[in-house]
Ligand binder design. Structure first.
Ligand SMILES: Cc1cc2nc3c(=O)[nH]c(=O)nc-3n(C[C@H](O)[C@H](O)[C@H](O)COP(=O)(O)O)c2cc1C
Length: 459
């Protein structure tokens, strides 16, 4: 039986997200990213199309690997300028009832308690429709901007993330008991201090001693996303993530990565239904195959190879303006492990010339670009989902918001006709809609251990 698919829109609070150069297309409206109305209209459209969530990418740093400077990124709007992803969420939540918001925040630059508070605030303000894409960063420029001498090494970033998560779970799940809030006017007690607990963490990377500042929000912990594909990253996802975002062009490679992730999750005591996997894909669709193909040809004229190489430079740590050094730099990369490994001397991208790499990435960010009318695209999405054991897709745009308008007008009705996409939303928080269980994380998730604080003496 065909499985139900979930759709997220993949965007970023910036101009050029995945498809570099497309901001020059006459119908592209992404330079309006700085206006609230831009996001409000997008949110309404996505809810009309029964998207589960708007997934917001983010980087705190500029892509300055290409040519050793930020010039190309600035000139071509390669994920810069970029505004804060969290700040646009309340306005979008205001005009929707069901659409969720999964926002990327790089924990490497976040102090634990202020971050816990921002996410709890958003969970309150969206009535439990918030998710967090846990990332650890890949840009040296981001680390330097945040005050470090340089980015810490790849695997250590995940060790830091483990500690950071333990602290967040303390704040979100443990610090306040469910019945801590009394709001008793007669007794003059708003919160029962005996039911609020201190999070004390003395670890290798953090020393924290504090009480959460927010009362329990509908989901407490936001729905947890993760997108790391290295062995450290996959192990981290298997322990913590409820949704995993995967990228790649090969169905068989993706199938083996997803199988690995699911096996590790099982080992961690989490069953198949507790982890949903979403794949990156760009869909160019229209009423017919021919119209979609014509649209694709039109879009391609605007795709920027230099913009794509600038983006890839940040992802891989490789300066593609120096083709002769690609393999050597890939071998010592401290950025996204899988992205860099493709260009080491034995990697699948090693033999390709830089120009062709740029062309392949310029539209769709190197993920699959599916072009066709609704039937063809629905067939292809079904095939990807079936082969790679996917639960849904994060759909990137080529032209904003045209790509999403086309998906909603053409593809969504076809997916619904096939029983692959819901025609209405389930009630409840984001977590309830995704998993059909309660609003909170289950007892077998590592976060649940923090609830044991409730059994301790009050602080
Ligand atoms: C499809 C996909 C989307 C990602 N989006 C972001 C993002 O928006 N911001 C970010 O800082 N990292 C992003 N990442 C990077 C990862 O979350 C992770 O930090 C990075 O892949 C390094 O980990 P790894 O070597 O385990 O893959 C993304 C990765 C993938 C595969």
């Amino acid at each position: 039986m065909a499985r139900e698919l979930r759709l997220n829109a993949f965007a970023m609070n910036c101009v050029g997200h995945q498809s570099q150069g497309l901001w020059r297309h006459p119908r592209d409206q992404s330079p309006n990213y700085k206006h609230t109305s831009h996001w409000v209209e997008l949110a309404k459209l996505l809810e009309r199309g029964r998207f589960d969530a708007l997934f917001l990418a983010d980087v705190v740093g500029v892509y300055d690997v290409y040519g050793g400077s930020p010039d190309a990124a600035l000139r071509e709007a390669v994920q810069v300028p970029t505004n804060d992803p969290l700040l646009i969420i309340p306005s979008m939540a205001d005009v929707t009832n069901h659409l969720a918001f999964a926002a990327t925040v790089n924990l490497s630059h976040e102090p634990p308690l202020p971050f816990a508070r921002r996410m709890s605030s958003l969970d309150h303000m969206t009535d439990g429709r918030i998710g967090w894409n846990i990332v650890t960063g890949y840009l040296d420029s981001g680390a330097k901007g945040a005050g470090a001498a340089k980015q810490v090494t790849h695997d250590i970033r995940y060790d830091i993330a483990e500690e950071f998560m333990a602290i967040q779970y303390g704040f979100w799940e443990g610090s306040w008991q469910d019945d801590a809030l009394r709001c008793d006017r007669d007794a003059g007690v708003f919160t029962d201090p005996a039911k609020v607990h201190r999070v004390v963490h003395d670890g290798e990377y953090f020393h924290v001693n504090g009480v959460h500042l927010c009362e329990p929000s509908p989901q407490r912990t936001p729905v947890l996303y993760q997108a790391g594909s290295s062995s450290k990253g996959t192990a981290f996802a298997a322990r913590h993530a409820e949704c995993v975002f995967v990228g790649g062009n090969s169905q068989s490679k993706m199938a083996s990565d997803v199988a690995k992730l699911r096996a590790l999750a099982l080992e961690a005591g989490r069953d198949r239904s507790e982890i949903l996997v979403f794949a990156l894909v760009t869909v160019i669709t229209a009423a017919t195959d021919a119209e979609a193909e014509a649209k694709f040809e039109d879009y391609k004229q605007y795709a920027s190879t230099t913009g794509a190489l600038t983006l890839m430079g940040g992802w891989t740590g490789i300066d593609f303006s120096k083709p002769e050094l690609v393999a050597a730099t890939a071998a010592t990369s401290n950025a996204i492990e899988g992205a860099a490994a493709a260009f080491t001397s034995g990697g699948p991208g090693a033999h390709r010339d830089v120009e062709s790499i740029g062309r392949a990435v310029a539209l769709g960010g190197g993920g699959p670009v599916l072009v066709g009318g609704p039937q063809r695209i629905a067939d292809q999405l079904e095939a990807w989902a079936e082969t790679a054991d996917l639960d849904g897709f994060n759909l990137a745009y080529a032209v904003m918001p045209e790509t999403f308008v086309d998906v909603v007008d053409h593809l969504v009705p076809e997916l619904q006709r096939r029983g692959l996409l819901k025609t209405d939303y389930a009630p409840g928080t984001y977590r309830e809609k995704l998993f059909g269980r309660g609003p909170r994380l289950g007892d077998n998730h590592p976060a649940a251990a923090s609830r044991q604080m409730w059994a301790r003496q009050p602080d």
